[in-house]
Write a protein that binds this ligand. Structure first.
Ligand SMILES: Nc1ncnc2c1ncn2[C@@H]1O[C@H](COP(=O)(O)OP(=O)(O)OP(=O)(O)O)[C@@H](O)[C@H]1O
Ligand SMILES: [Mg+2]
Length: 259
């Protein structure tokens, strides 16, 4: 049986009066793809932020390899091999796609396109070895992201999502958190991304895959976690999740399918 690389235990988080997450627990094992689904506002991105360190829980904890995961996002990246993508891509528009991929976590927070910060980042990226530049190109190509020497500012939203995934994969993460990577992708992009996610999981990475496309998630995931109103309402095999009364209630109870 796979060890649980990632374990969320009774996480609770409020923003002011808004209860975003209440007592949410689930695990992701090594080499496992866990799909996290649920309607808008269910608390999925908040869970990703609590794991990634962008937000601190009011209570509960996150364990990586059995050890409490704490501190800043960059500390978590170093200590636990954690890499993530953002629902709203965080890239430096003044850098090329390749530079953004290589600069990894350093590019976070540069999304405002501030020229000075981008120039500083370029100073970090420029000396990157040829091997790293080539690996960035290979990872991007497998994802279906081409012509990566374009400025990130010129990429479509779908391409920016692929850029974020490429950046995460270049870090060879033990834990990968992917927040809506399929959103806005055409079918060829979906195929390349699906294949890359399967490959990285086959290499032993624990993958948490958040997406509204329940069919894609179900086709890829080993397990599915369904959240609604900040709580986990189902955790089990994709087939069981799709057939569950909880799924019916969450997605069809209101007569609205959330895609
Ligand atoms: N930074 C924030 N400040 C205040 N409220 C927030 C913040 N982030 C999230 N929320 C609220 O917390 C709740 C959960 O939001 P969250 O973004 O985690 O949901 P989600 O499942 O990712 O939704 P979506 O599918 O739309 O991305 C929502 O009510 C949201 O409005
Ligand atoms: Mg979200």
């Amino acid at each position: 049986m796979n060890a649980d690389i990632l374990s969320c235990q009774e996480l609770t988080k409020s923003y002011g009066g808004v209860k975003a997450v209440t007592g949410a627990s689930f695990t992701v094992g090594a080499g496992e793809i866990v799909g996290l689904v649920g309607p808008n506002g269910a608390g999925k991105s908040t869970m990703v932020d609590l794991i990634g360190g962008e937000q601190q829980p009011d209570s509960g904890q996150v364990l990586a390899g059995g050890v409490p995961l704490a501190g800043s996002p960059s500390r978590r990246a170093r200590r636990a091999g954690l890499a993530r993508t953002y629902q709203y891509p965080q890239v430096a528009g003044a850098l090329t796609a390749r530079e953004n991929i290589i600069v990894g976590g350093l590019a976070r927070g540069l999304s405002s396109g501030l020229g000075l910060l981008a120039a500083a980042a370029r100073g970090v990226v420029a000396p990157a070895g040829r091997a790293l530049r080539e690996e960035a190109g290979q990872i991007a190509a497998r994802l279906g992201l081409h012509r990566i020497d374009r400025l990130a500012a010129d990429l479509t939203l779908g391409e920016l999502r692929l850029l974020e995934v490429a950046r995460a994969l270049l870090q060879h993460p033990r834990i990968a958190l992917l927040d809506e990577p399929f959103a806005g992708l055409a079918s060829d992009g979906i195929a390349g991304l699906s294949e890359s996610i399967r490959t990285v999981a086959a290499g032993g990475t624990a993958v948490l895959l958040v997406d509204h496309n329940v069919d894609i998630v179900a086709s890829m995931a080993d397990r599915m976690v369904l959240m609604a109103g900040g709580t986990v309402v189902f955790d089990g095999a994709p087939r069981d999740c799709l057939a569950s009364t909880e799924m019916q209630a969450v997605y069809f109870g209101t007569g609205q399918v959330d895609r």
